[in-house]
Write a new protein. Structure first.
Length: 305
């Protein structure tokens, strides 16, 4: 399955006539529909709809369409309807003027104090008379489906880029781990010998107040404990296991964002521990480079669905 990003944008427009099989039998609206869908990262699926008032009744169908295809992300769907008949000042027809005049006379016969219609009132009523009478639902659904398909394609392209970036960073982390692994036994032995030498120097300055064998045993015990504290072999083993799992998920695809986010936190913990146990400049450098790479991965993983 592909890896999907939560970041994407798509838009589409169509004319007044759809491509439905019943297009010739149903009333055709006059105007142009436009649909925009944009999405950014979010922990959950958060949908927002911005629809014209005459299309508000179609929000449940649009919501069902989006929830059927999207799992995570902050998604905004915006619909615009442009009616050429209402662009500018509507020209009232003679039939409409006659009807308005008759209605006004009928009202004034019952309500003599009612004011006459103004020019603004007539223009407003004329604009309402020219509003679309056709059902925009089928055209809106078809256009929304096409736009959603384009959004998914955009999110898939971005997801493929993020997956490639993850795999590249995994390769760099493996190289750093390979550099650190041979240093572990050398560091342990080096620190053990250094600790023992310092202990012997301290015993010499102390005038041999403690038996030599007892002092040496204690020195070896202390050196061993210190060597265990700086041993990062376990951290490197766990780090390698996390890298394998991230690589498996990136190649598998699907809804992997939350699991990747958890694994990145584990990677960050191992890199931090490795840095805190560092006893040499070389190991410190490796730990810092690892944390930089993991932080870059964290920023990108937060965009994966």
């Amino acid at each position: 399955m592909p890896v999907y990003s939560m970041t994407g944008y798509a838009s589409g427009q169509n004319g007044p006539t759809g491509s439905h099989s019943d297009a010739e039998t149903r009333p055709q609206p006059t105007g142009r529909l436009g649909v925009e869908i944009r999405s950014v990262n979010s922990r959950f699926l958060d949908l927002t709809f911005k629809l014209p008032e005459e299309l508000r009744q179609h929000e449940p169908a649009l919501r069902e369409l989006l929830t059927g295809q999207l799992k995570r992300g902050k998604v905004e769907l915006r619909v615009a309807f442009e009616n050429p008949a209402s662009a500018g000042v509507a020209d009232p027809s003679t039939k409409l003027l006659q009807r308005l005049n008759g209605v006004q006379d009928n009202i004034k016969s019952w309500l003599p104090s009612a004011r006459d219609l103004s020019v603004a009132d007539v223009l407003r009523l004329a604009a309402g008379d020219s509003a679309p009478r056709g059902d925009l639902g089928p055209d809106l659904t078809e256009l929304a489906e096409k736009t959603l398909k384009a959004l998914l394609a955009a999110r898939e392209r971005e997801g493929a880029r993020l997956a490639k970036m993850l795999l590249d960073h995994l390769g760099q982390l493996r190289k750093l781990a390979a550099q650190a692994l041979p240093l572990v036994p050398k560091l342990v032995e080096q620190q053990r010998n250094r600790f023992l030498e310092r202990w012997q120097e301290a015993m010499g300055l102390g005038g041999g107040a403690t038996a030599p064998e007892a002092a040496q045993d204690r020195a070896l015990s202390e050196a061993t404990a210190f060597a265990i504290r700086i041993d990062v072999a376990e951290e490197l083993t766990r780090l390698d296991s996390h890298l394998d799992e991230i690589e498996r998920l990136a190649k598998k695809g699907g809804e992997i964002g939350k699991r990747l986010d958890f694994l990145i936190q584990e990677l960050h913990r191992e890199a931090n521990t490795l840095g805190s146990k560092s006893a040499t400049l070389e190991m410190t450098r490796i730990g810092v480079d690892m944390k930089v790479l993991v932080e870059q991965m964290r920023e990108q993983v937060q965009n994966i669905e």
